[in-house]
Design a protein around this ligand. Sequence first.
Ligand SMILES: Nc1ncnc2c1ncn2[C@@H]1O[C@H](COP(=O)(O)OP(=O)(O)OP(=O)(O)O)[C@@H](O)[C@H]1O
Length: 733
Amino acid sequence: MAEEPPPQPSSGPAAPPPHSNRKLKKKNKRNPDAASSSASGTMVDDPFLFLAGGKEGGFLELEEIDEADFGIIGGVVEDMGAGEENARNDRGKKKRKRKRKRGDEDQRPSDDGDGDFVVEDEQKGKKGKKTPKKKRKGSQKEKAKDEVKDEESNEDVADDNDGDTPDDDDNMDQDNNDDLILGEDEVYGWQELRLHPLLVKAIRRLGFREPTPIQKSCFPAAAHQGKDVIGAAETGSGKTLAFGLPILQRLLEEREKAVGLQQEDEETIKESSKESPLRALILTPTRELAKQVCDHLQEAAKFTGIQVVPIVGGLSVEKQERLLKKKPAIVVGTPGRLWELMSMNNQHLVELHSLSFFVLDEADRMIERGHFHELQSIIEMLPLTNGSDMHSVRTTANCETVPILQVKKRQVFVFSATLALSSNFRKKLKRGLSTSKQSLPDEVSSIEALSKQAGMKPNAEIVDLTNASILPEKLKESFIECSEDDKDAFLYYILSVHGQGCGSFRGSDNSILVATDGFARGMDFDDVRTVIHYQLPHSTDVYIHRSGRTARKSLAGCSIALISPADKAKFYSLCKSMSKENANKSWLQKNADAMGLLLEASDSEEERVKGHKQRKATSLLLQKLQQDLKDLLQRPLQPKTFSRRYLAGAGISPLLQKQLEELSKRNINNSSSKNKNNGSQFIVIGQDRVEPLQALQNSGQEVCVNMDKQREKRRVSENWKRKKHAEKKHFWF
Ligand SMILES: Nc1ncnc2c1ncn2[C@@H]1O[C@H](COP(=O)(O)OP(=O)(O)OP(=O)(O)O)[C@@H](O)[C@H]1O
């Protein structure tokens, strides 16, 4: 190990797996809360290549590593069939293809020096965008080369394109239908919402067959009833479009009214609507999230001509001022930079009389220290919406305004993955309305206070879909108990399972992202398979957000927490608070069920019968699950032939390495003769590149095979003992 090249610094994307435990420890000291999500780095000349799978297959068995205890603390073990795997791959491929077209694959995080990551290529360089399509159709290798070239050239021009909006040509003129992944009849779910045709078209292009539950629940209230919304749903459930689509819908409807009023053709209106007073201000806690939300909304607004721009720190103020001169209708930004520009009296940002939407995304993070000062200042800039500002719409001198008829009350949207509202929240909002802004508390200390201060109305729609589960349904949570020193070995081992080289994080199937907790919130990456909690976070929220980077969009994923003795207290309190939250949430439902009451008193007879049938089916299912659980609990968690060999500690000696290689060969031979074999089988992670998620999913079956065999053995040996005993008796008598 001494001759090994030093590992790459942890901040870069796709850092190769650590080659030395010592170095890895150093890295984690610098960044103690790092949450890593899966995949790999280059393994060339790595003496541990054999651990990484490859043709030979890895061999390490979890039980073989230092008295490991591996358990599942949540989630249902279910078989991720080939169907889902294929669907995941297909979806991933389609999306990547589309992203490549847009040049999005350049996007990747980089450390901006202050501990936070920024998306390095926040700018889509125009050079990259204008690469002829023909060139992009080359072989994978050529594509990869092109990407590298694009990245390089983007770096050259990045400075001129910071946070640029998509080209108007790009946005408007590519209205052809070739790009649409879904047919009209495949997006039926959206028609029910009465989504504007131009938005349906964008949705067809994105390939979203139906709205997610949070989108379905928020849209009617937000878009058709003009209500404020507090929305909470599990991570990765599509909250961005839950507030984004209602905003776009209303802007489009207003534009159509304007067409009616002004008797102009739609194209003219489309053109003129490129420049607009500020209609929607969306605040996010981090730069990366602002950029991501902006990208997502630009996709949704693709065919509308509505401009969406990001205003975030880390980019030059002058360039962002240039962006704002284009008068975008929607601005997505972080409080710090927005307030900086507002303080500089940026015209587009301070003329807020036409502002119809004020959105706080990831509101739970917004209220954490470090954000509220600017946030509060911005909120204080917002005009009151009690009707008095209607007059100023007409009279503001140097601000272009939308016609008075189009300006309804400003809507406030507050979204979060976690939500705890007091039972008298609406009353508080009512009281808030009669209170002047100055008399509100100095500090924004909770989502409630924040909503109140932002002017949320008492009839706000509260959509809390976190009831059933705070974490994604298909997330499998697991933990490994180990010593602090062995964490590195486990980390390396898990990463090595994914072991292949990579390009950028978004562009590769097998890359690794080492991230701060700031980054772990809200960032959306396709197909993240595994999240590793190298160190447990202090708060449940952070745990939820970290874990929520995987199992997004109803796909399967797993999170692995490495628990050292020092983490135990944190671990128990985390488990406690997670189960308490779940318990609290289902309290009403549980008690209602126990008393045989239906919560919805207004249900029709038909619905009641349906509900009764559903409950019956659920209770049968529960009984079956209980029986399954009972059966599972009767089986030992691990085979008795538990090996205590371990790979970890202060590096691996050449002798141990040799032994491991030999063991690897032996295991491969064992596995090839699996069907005939009569030796024991472990839950193998790393064998033939089996990832932790798959291993977790398969583990039940493997253990089951072992246990049957062991039971059979036990039965034979007991029979033998009985026979012997009988023979003995016979002998004495
Ligand atoms: N209706 C839909 N159908 C399928 N995919 C969707 C749909 N709506 C959004 N998505 C995709 O789901 C992913 C997650 O969406 P989004 O980032 O809005 O989730 P989120 O709830 O904000 O997550 P987080 O709380 O972690 O920020 C994105 O890749 C988005 O493109």
